[in-house]
Write a protein of this length. Structure first.
Length: 266
């Protein structure tokens, strides 16, 4: 971070790094370990641990002895009243998703990043007559196997994308295999950026009968989530879904972003 030329004081690096850790823990609402935070922030592990111990002494974070992760405490409410980005996004998105449902009929979701997956924050599954899952809020979606996750990866800032892929590559299991295939993953993400949307057609084994398309939701210079449309794969191809529903999906994402920029949200 550069110093403000209009002030005689230098930036306090420790403070900016500590605030960066608080910001990251706020986004990774399930908590994170020293190693994970070091990877994401590009700070040395010793620096991360020292900052976390200071924040812990001040009461802003706590250490879980069960998995050695760090999480925010209720004291952060004194700084920001405890609101997270995704809660604001959901508040803005809910009425807009209701309008979108009337047009597309198929269910749609708004999801945000949580450590190594996307989490559904708002949905119309419970209202859509074509829904095959009534309970979706809080469900975790794999980053590399879903339209929502791949869309987030494709459009988030490069440094965040690299950190996430590095983290995913350390995970075991089939859902993380693509993170260890950089050429293939790079081609997929490049195609998504070129097309303006992400897709999944029966590519997630856990939900092998479904397909989906997704677009990013942005706030200022960052991606804060994804908006997807989910449908039974045999009902239409990705190309048909794009032709029929992508414009409505993009328009709704733009309205969500406009609501955020007006100060209704972030």
């Amino acid at each position: 971070m550069q110093n403000d030329p209009n002030t005689e004081y230098k930036t306090v690096r420790g403070l900016t790094r500590g605030l960066a850790l608080l910001n990251m823990l706020n986004r990774l609402d399930g908590g994170a370990s020293v190693a994970e935070l070091s990877t994401i922030t590009n700070l040395h592990r010793t620096t991360v641990r020292r900052l976390l111990e200071t924040l812990q002494e001040e009461g802003y974070v706590r250490r879980s002895h069960s998995n050695d992760s760090y999480q925010l405490t209720l004291k952060v409410r004194e700084l920001s009243e405890g609101f997270r980005d995704e809660q604001w996004v959901s508040a803005v998105a809910a009425p807009l998703l209701g309008k979108l449902l009337q047009e597309v009929v198929w269910p749609t979701d708004v999801s945000t990043l949580s450590v190594d997956s996307m989490v559904v924050r708002e949905t119309t599954h419970r209202f859509s007559r074509l829904s095959f899952h009534r309970s979706m809020v809080g469900r975790r979606l794999p980053l590399l196997l879903t339209a929502s996750g791949l869309t987030y990866l494709a459009f988030c800032p490069e440094h965040e994308r690299e950190a996430l892929i590095t983290l995913l590559a350390t995970r075991d299991g089939a859902e993380f295999r693509l993170a260890r295939e950089p050429l293939k993953l790079g081609q997929i993400l490049q195609r998504i950026r070129h097309n303006g949307y992400g897709e999944n057609y029966m590519g997630w084994q856990q939900e092998e009968k479904i397909a989906s398309i997704a677009v990013p939701i942005r706030s200022e210079n960052r991606v804060i989530g994804s908006l997807n449309l989910v449908y039974i794969a045999k009902a239409m191809s990705i190309e048909q879904a794009v032709e029929r529903h992508l414009p409505a999906l993009q328009e709704t994402a733009q309205h969500i972003e406009a609501g955020i920029s007006r100060g209704i949200a972030l």
